[in-house]
Design a protein around this ligand. Structure first.
Ligand code: ADP
Length: 395
């Protein structure tokens, strides 16, 4: 049986999952943290046990070499020969990567060139891909881009109403994100409904710490709430979502902030955290609101409101919907969040069944007389990465 890695790397961390193929069974996962710093932590989950170790790991190549040895030691893999390839999540694929791709040196350079669109992620991911190619020569490395699914958006959805030359000169446009997740849950919803995705209009709500909503028509993304970067769209754990840019100039002047500082505040100190002053974690904010914390309640009200507005706008974009899907941390786990989003939407054919909604599993949660099927579907980005690696790596 062959084994395939799904890799999600950042500048100092590397998350991995290992799948057996063709059975698609997830056999192990883990994370290496603090790469390039002192006291790096290697953590491997296998057969219900967590193995953790602290040591100094100077770079990603050392990290991967160490990880492979560790996996052999723990008998997750018998030998390197078993590893059939690796799939890598890449944040920015720009307009170039319209699908996942088997990566050669030219592609990796392209990933690096797209660093303008994801300065913290793309260079680190390119480094990790090179390291895998060096440590496991001859094994296919496949890039799976957060943006690819959204490259089907029409011009009217991806262009901003700013001078056209900025798009022509600098590719300034909406790219979206979470594409792998939106694609997975849309396809899964069609499968569960027993229908051809080509015949369905689906609104996918990926609501985690980051969150985005996508209008999927016939299996293709036609609009999505994240923009040039993941900062746009709905309220998130720490991100503001959409704001009037003039507000930023006003706040910057009043508070004496630089543009960089303002953008950091919008990314890291806004959203649920910024409004509630309690936490970016939905569980904490829900608990605080339940105890009577008014700002926590306002934060929730704003959160629901922004998500509902996007769902409403995508009903218009699609001309109605056949399916709405909730996924990711909040979407999968918070029944009250789903209840609030679907509240008073019967006019649009959306009616939740409260009892069915009391679940964290893959489930249809709409009432029998709801025109729109409502699903909660746990997302599985790793599985999508593995499937694309098998497909493009000829495994
Ligand atoms: P990320 O965007 O970092 O991948 P996740 O998809 O893991 O995030 O989602 C994290 C969010 O999910 C957090 O806000 C967390 O509070 C929320 N969450 C997880 N479990 C629950 C729960 N039982 N009820 C409400 N929210 C939850």
């Amino acid at each position: 049986m062959s084994k395939v890695f799904a890799i999600n790397a950042g500048s100092s961390s590397l998350k991995f999952s290992i799948y057996e193929v063709p059975s698609e069974e997830a056999i192990s996962s883990g994370i290496i943290e603090r790469i390039g710093l002192k006291d790096s932590i290697v953590s491997v989950k296998f057969q219900g046990e967590k193995h953790e170790e602290t040591l100094d790991i100077e770079d990603h190549e050392v990290a991967i070499n160490h990880l492979l040895k560790k996996l052999e030691e723990l008998k997750v893999i018998e030998s390197f020969d078993e590893i059939a390839g690796s799939g890598h999540r890449i944040v920015a694929g720009g307009e170039h990567f319209k699908d996942s791709a088997l990566l050669d040196e030219e592609d990796i350079q392209k990933v690096e060139e797209l660093a303008d669109f994801a300065p913290l992620h793309n260079p680190a991911e390119a480094k990790v891909i090179r390291a895998f190619q060096k440590v496991l020569p001859g094994k296919p490395t496949v890039g799976v881009f957060d943006t690819s699914f959204h490259t089907t958006m029409p011009e009217k959805a991806y262009l901003y109403s700013v001078p056209f030359e900025y798009y022509e000169k600098h590719q300034a446009r909406r790219y979206g994100a979470h594409g792998t997740s939106h694609k997975y849950v849309a396809e899964r919803a069609a499968e569960l409904e027993g229908k051809d995705i080509k015949d369905l209009k689906i609104i996918t709500c990926h609501i985690g710490n980051g969150g985005s909503i996508t209008a999927v028509d016939g299996g293709k993304s036609v609009d999505t709430s994240m923009g040039f970067t993941p900062l746009a769209g709905i309220t998130m754990g720490t991100r503001s979502g959409d704001v009037d840019p003039s507000l930023l100039q006003y706040i910057m002047e009043k508070e004496g902030l630089s543009m960089d500082e303002m953008i950091t505040i919008l990314n890291k100190k806004s959203g649920l955290l910024g409004i509630s002053g309690v936490s970016s974690d939905m569980r904490d904010v829900e608990a605080a609101a339940a105890e009577g914390n008014e700002r926590a309640q306002v934060a929730l009200d704003i959160y629901y409101d922004r998500v509902r507005k996007y769902v409403g706008s995508y009903l218009t974009v699609l001309g109605g919907a056949d399916v709405i899907v909730f996924t990711a941390g909040v979407g999968e786990n918070s029944a009250s969040f789903r209840e609030e989003i679907c509240k008073d939407m019967e006019w649009a054919g959306i009616k939740l069944d409260s009892e069915r909604n009391d679940t964290r599993d893959e489930a249809k949660i709409s009432a029998d007389d709801s025109k729109v099927a409502i699903w909660t579907i746990p997302t599985d980005e790793e599985l999508m990465i593995v499937r694309d690696t098998v497909r493009l790596g000829n495994i």
